[in-house]
Structure formats: C-alpha cells, structure tokens
Design a binder for this molecule. Structure first.
Ligand SMILES: Nc1ncnc2c1ncn2[C@@H]1O[C@H](COP(=O)(O)OP(=O)(O)OP(=O)(O)O)[C@@H](O)[C@H]1O
Ligand SMILES: [Mg+2]
Length: 371
C-alpha cells in the first residue's frame, strides 16, 4: 500500500502539532519518523490511523482517499485497515494474553481454528510462547508491550503504524524483535511507519528516515544519507554528532572557530545560510600519534577530561578558550594519557560539515518565534 499525505495540518486548540506536512511512503517501505519529543510524530500517526481530525490536508492509501479536509472525507478509524501499536500500549488487563491478541480477529468473526492458529503465530513472533493463558495484568511492562505488538500483527493489516513499539524492552530482546519485525514486514509486504527515539533502531529498520522538527519534516532520505549528510547542525546534533562548533567563513574552503584565530580547511560550503557550525563526529577525529604532524587541520590542545567506556574512551580536548572537542580514542590511549597533557588532534577535511544552525525552511519558523 502506498500512503500519500498532502499538506497535513493538525492543531490541538491553539497549538499546532503538525504543520503542512507532506509525505509519501511506498508499498512495502518502512519509514521511520525521527525527531525530538513533542515534534509531532505521534500526532502524525494518529492522523493516518484516523484517530485525529486534521484541520487541513489529505491522506490517501493506494489512491483511495481516507481523509480530505476540503471535500469533507473522513473514513472512520476501524474502516482503514491500519494496525497501530501505540506508545502507551493499551491492553485489557482482565483478559489473558491469548484473548487480548485474539480480540480483533474475534471481532471480525473468523473461524475458531484460524483465530487459534494466527494468535499462536503472533505470540511466537513476539517471543511470548508459554504465556498465552497468563492474565495480562500479571505481565511486565515489556511483555505487555509485546502483547500489544502481537495484537496488531495478528490483523495482518496492510499498513502498520508503530509508535515506539520496543521502548520498554531490554537491549537483547529489542534487537531480536527489531530483526523479527523487519523480516515480518518484508514477508507480508507491509508498509510501515515507525517511531523510535533509538537512533540505532532507526538506522537498522528504515528504508527512509524522515526527520521532524516543530511539526514539519525537515529532511528525508535513506539512513546513510541522513546519518552522513544532515542538512543542519540541529539535525546533526539530534543524530549524535558530538562536536558542533560555531564558525565564521574565511574563504571558500576554510572557516575559523568563533572567538579564536584558529582556521581549518573544509569542503566547499554554503556561506549564505546565516550562522554556521562545523559539525564533526567524535569518532572521526584522530588523536595523538594518529594525527599527522604536518597538516593544516592538525591542532594542539590540552586534555581536560577523559572518560573510560570499556572498549573505547572519550577525551575532551581544549583547543582554545571556549573551543573544546570530544574525541574518541582507544583504551590504550586512555591508559597512557592524563588530564592536563597536551595532545595533537587532526580533523580530516572530509569528516567536517559546515552547516547552518537550522534547516532552511525551519530557520524562518524559528525566527518567527512560533515554536
Ligand atoms: N491531546 C492533546 N492535546 C493537546 N496537545 C497535545 C495533545 N497531544 C499532543 N499534544 C501536543 O502536540 C505536540 C506534538 O505531540 P506528539 O505527541 O505528536 O509528539 P511526539 O513527537 O510523538 O513526542 P514524543 O517523542 O514525546 O512521543 C506536543 O507539543 C504535544 O504537547
Ligand atoms: Mg509520541
């Protein structure tokens, strides 16, 4: 099923949760909505599911219009064949796991044997074998979440909306379920919209990632594109880029750290974008002997902090007053380096991105102060 959203706007009273959002999701595709808390992810999903009435816009699935504000079309939620796993999963505490999962199938009056088969299957997929007869109120949070997930996949909907379906699970189970979900989605040819706060989960599950800020989509692309080429410093920040440093343009291929006379070479950048930031991941910076001595982008600084992380370590290196870089190092480097020591760091040109603070379309919005 192809989902097409055009110019969707949803407000709750005076506050606008989704702003003129347009998005297309291809048949069989998994799209991940990524963005900070309150940016409108759940609201967007609720509009697709038919649980909110948008102020404006159009939503269609496979060319069939489910919602159209102009034409007054609004198909009720239960007639949309869309499965949704909520962030706050609602399961019925007075029913067993089996009954919870069977509920939507019984509503459809499917034959008993088929219900049993499909429920067993779904319970296995989410790893709850042996729990079928357990009362739902006697489950852990993560188990309840998996019941909610099973109840949604048992319907074999053509579109699945998953709002942080794995957030309450431990790392191992989350990893396993995320692989299972991906496999299930491919096997059933499901079109899925997924919300997660977990960056790794987003990168692993998504065919495309849509970055949301303030109710808008500010960037959309394949995981490697979003990860490698964020459009703004605030997106880079959200994606875990540790070093985001205010810079001023020097010439077409170099910038200077604000408040210092230190310049570095960079790839060509757009200097019309207003305030600029040099963005560089901690793991891309070379430290100590790894940093080539004779290079424009090799700087010297003092280690001001050191954090041992087991296999690796993070160092904070002060290059100048007010300019500090987070740098990943090995545990060997952590062992032989002390706070207060002077070290070399090297910033590879290709690892630095000079970006505007905000994505262009958002910059205007932020200036308006309408956030
Ligand atoms: N029922 C509601 N009534 C009023 N405002 C709401 C309601 N639901 C959400 N909002 C507001 O709309 C905005 C978007 O909320 P939404 O739940 O879509 O965010 P989200 O991106 O899902 O965040 P999170 O990652 O925290 O779940 C927020 O500012 C929120 O406070
Ligand atoms: Mg939410």
């Amino acid at each position: 099923m192809t989902i097409k959203i055009e110019n969707l706007t949803l407000s709750y009273g005076d506050s606008v949760a989704v702003r003129n959002l347009s998005l297309e999701i291809e048949q069989g595709e998994a799209l991940v909505l990524l963005g900070q808390s309150g940016c409108g992810k759940t609201s967007t999903m609720r509009c697709i599911a038919g649980l909110e009435t948008p102020d404006e816009g159009r939503i269609s699935v496979d060319g069939e219009v489910l919602f159209d504000a102009d034409r007054g079309v609004n198909r009720p939620s239960h007639k949309r064949n869309i499965g949704m796993v909520f962030q706050s999963y609602a399961i019925w505490p007075h029913m067993t796991v089996f009954e919870n999962v069977a509920f939507p199938l019984r509503m459809k009056k499917l034959p008993k044997a088929e219900v049993a088969r499909r429920v067993e299957e779904a319970i296995t997929v989410v790893g709850l074998d042996g729990f079928a007869e357990r009362g739902a109120s006697m489950l852990s949070g993560g188990q309840m979440q998996r019941v909610a997930l099973a109840r949604s996949i048992v319907m074999e909907p053509s579109v699945m909306l998953l709002d942080e379906p794995l957030s309450n699970l431990d790392a191992r189970l989350r990893h396993r379920l995320r692989t299972d979900l991906r496999e299930l989605q491919h096997r059933l040819g499901l079109t899925a919209v997924y919300v997660t706060h977990d960056q790794e989960e987003a990168l692993a599950l998504a065919d495309h990632i849509a970055m949301m800020q303030f109710g808008r989509i500010v960037q959309i692309g394949r995981p490697d594109e979003i990860y490698g080429r964020p459009l703004s410093a605030s997106i880079a920040d959200f994606l875990g880029v540790a070093n985001i440093i205010p810079v001023r343009p020097l010439d077409a291929r170099s910038v200077g750290f604000e408040g210092t006379d230190i310049g570095i070479q960079v790839e060509p950048y757009d200097d019309r974008a207003g305030e600029l930031r040099a963005c560089i991941r901690a793991e891309d910076i070379l430290l100590g002997d790894d940093a080539p001595a004779e290079s424009a982008n090799t700087l010297e600084g003092e280690i001001v902090a050191r954090e041992f992380l087991g296999a690796t370590a993070t160092f904070r290196v002060r290059i100048a007053p007010g300019v500090e870089l987070d740098v990943f190092g090995t545990k060997q480097q952590a062992n032989r380096t002390r706070e207060g020591e002077r070290v070399r760091v090297h910033l590879p040109v290709e690892a630095i991105q000079v970006l505007p603070t905000e994505a262009p379309e958002l910059a205007e919005h932020v200036r308006e102060g309408a956030a």
